[in-house]
Design a protein around this ligand. Structure first.
Ligand SMILES: Nc1ncnc2c1ncn2[C@@H]1O[C@H](COP(=O)(O)OP(=O)(O)OP(=O)(O)O)[C@@H](O)[C@H]1O
Ligand SMILES: [Mg+2]
Length: 211
């Protein structure tokens, strides 16, 4: 393989992104590919400022969107483009579609969001992970012990308790993500065992690599 690939894995928090990214990376490495990973809020430039922004300005969704977009753009220049040029496979643990679904769920203008993110390289393979909202909530509480006020969408002012507000938020986020993935990628449901989903993802990527 001369030119490398970009594989994006998108989904709401708790959808299983990191777990499936690590499993896919291991499988690709066992097949002899050189793999690197990046993702939302992992650039050297923006990772810490993003945490700061999230702590301080919960309601500034434009600012937060632009901070996330800068985070991905920085990684596009410093990780994705050089890695692909060197023949690596880059797997993104959260990429443009996660950020777009986040923004659309907060009613940011679709054309504007597309315009800002149009500087990012298009994924060769686009994977989206979804699960029923109740499964997602259970996973997050198991992993973290609580629902984070920002990701649980208090900024959307859904006038109910945190739990039901979050269920509605995940529902909306995932329907936006599914619509965004339609035609350019594949949606995998992760409410099965990890091994089942992992197998489905690997056979999809394997099919692409064999083309
Ligand atoms: N396919 C699956 N089947 C069953 N459980 C899963 C599956 N994928 C992930 N999980 C469980 O869901 C939880 C969250 O997974 P993971 O950390 O990969 O999510 P994430 O999408 O990266 O979330 P975050 O946004 O918090 O980084 C983990 O406890 C994991 O065991
Ligand atoms: Mg993760």
């Amino acid at each position: 393989m001369e030119r490398g690939l970009l594989i994006s894995v998108d989904g709401v928090e708790g959808s299983g992104r990191t777990l499936h990214v690590e499993a896919l990376k291991k499988w690709l490495e066992d097949m002899g590919y050189v793999v690197t990973t990046m993702g939302l809020q992992t650039s050297q430039l923006m990772s810490e400022p993003l945490s700061e922004v999230k702590r301080n300005i919960v309601f500034q969704r434009f600012t937060l969107f632009l901070a996330y977009a800068t985070d991905l753009t920085d990684q596009a220049e410093n990780v994705i483009r050089p890695s692909i040029k060197s023949g690596f496979i880059v797997i993104a643990d959260g990429y443009a579609n996660t950020l777009k679904a986040w923004a659309l769920t907060r009613k940011l203008n679709h054309a504007w969001v597309d315009g800002v993110l149009s500087v990012l390289p298009k994924p060769d393979i686009s994977i989206s992970l979804i699960s029923p909202p109740t499964v997602i909530v259970r996973r997050i509480i198991k992993k973290r012990g609580f629902l984070d006020p920002l990701t649980s969408a208090v900024d959307l002012c859904i006038n109910e308790d945190l739990f039901h507000s979050f269920l509605r938020y995940v529902n909306k986020f995932q329907s936006n993500l599914t619509a965004l993935t339609d035609g350019s990628g594949t949606v995998f449901r992760t409410n099965k065992t990890f091994d089942q989903t992992n197998k489905e993802i690997i056979s999809y990527v394997e099919g692409f690599l064999k083309r």
